[in-house]
Each structure stands twice: as structure tokens, then as C-alpha cells.
Ligand binder design. Sequence first.
Ligand SMILES: *[C@@H]1O[C@H](CO)[C@@H](O)[C@H](O)[C@H]1NC(C)=O
Ligand SMILES: *[C@@H]1O[C@H](CO)[C@@H](O)[C@H](O)[C@H]1NC(C)=O
Length: 168
Amino acid sequence: MLMKYLCTAFFCVFPIVNHATGKEFTEHDMAHYRERIKSMFYHAYNSYLENAYPYDELRPLTCDGQDTWGSFSLTLIDALDTLLILGNKTEFQRVVSVLQENINFDSDVNASVFETNIRVVGGLLSAHLLSKKAGMELEVGWPCSGPLLRMAEEAARKLLPEGRYYST
Ligand SMILES: *[C@@H]1O[C@H](CO)[C@@H](O)[C@H](O)[C@H]1NC(C)=O
Ligand SMILES: *[C@@H]1O[C@H](CO)[C@@H](O)[C@H](O)[C@H]1NC(C)=O
């Protein structure tokens, strides 16, 4: 999800630069923008860890954290797949163990069905499928079993009763 914002930012920059110079992107340009994307990601990610974790999101003006979508350290789950796309296996593995130890879906909160579904359930499922690429130790039976898959299932089951009332 975080990657989506970064890509949006990237493609806003891309055509302007390309237009102004009238040139194709060289390998050198690509490397330059690749590094810029990385540094934008780490700026956002590390700032979240330093100022907002374990809350769901960083408030950029007050520079602190708040729970917005159910108190599941949402940004951390959101960032998992991006960490791996950027090649950061050690941080991916660290975050997976942090989530396993700290996330509790047995809490009395009002959560958004839509946001929880796409970001928490979806984030955990994609992290589960990426865990092999991330060099994690895999359970026997993976991809049909694993800790992240069980967490995704638990979160999804909590949403089931609401599904009957939710229409958008
Ligand atoms: C992975 O992310 C952590 C946290 O931002 C950072 O300290 C570390 O340097 C990163 N590692 C790589 C290989 O980018
Ligand atoms: C959730 O929202 C309902 C309706 O607004 C409210 O009555 C209830 O107290 C809220 N529950 C929690 C745990 O915030």
C-alpha cells in the first residue's frame, strides 16, 4: 500500500523530467530514481517506526501516532511487501516476528471492514506468500499453512459477521 503512494509520487515526477529533457531514461537515470524511491520509502517507514509505532498511522503535523483502522499497527503490515520488493529481507523477518508477538485481533474496537480486509487481511496474505522469497523458515505444508496465513484467517473471521451488513 505504501508502495502505491510512492509509485504515484514517482510517476508524477517521471513525465515532467522526461518531457523537459526530451530524452529516454538511461541506466544512470533509472538508478538515480530507484535510489530516490528507496530513500522516500525509508524516510516514511523509519519516521513511522520512530514516532508512531505501535499505532496504526503517523500524524504528519503533530508527528505522533494514532489508531485509525482498528489498532493493528497497520502501517507495519502495509509496509511488509514493500520491504521485500526493496530487497530488505532482514527487516521483513523482524517485522513478521514483531507482528506475531504483538498483534491481537481479540480486541473490542470498531474496525473498518473494507480497510481491514484490503490492508490487514490482504497485507498478511501477501506477506505469507512472500515469506519464502524473504528467506523465512517455512512450516511444513506452506503455502497452505503458516503463522501469517493463520493471522490473516483470524482477522478475516472477525470481519465475517459484519459482512452481512456492509454494502460498499
Ligand atoms: C532495512 O530496513 C532497516 C529499517 O529501516 C534498515 O535499518 C536497514 O538498513 C535496511 N536494510 C537494507 C539492506 O536496506
Ligand atoms: C463502536 O461504535 C458504536 C456505534 O457508534 C458504539 O456504540 C460503540 O461504543 C463503539 N465501540 C467501541 C469499542 O468503540
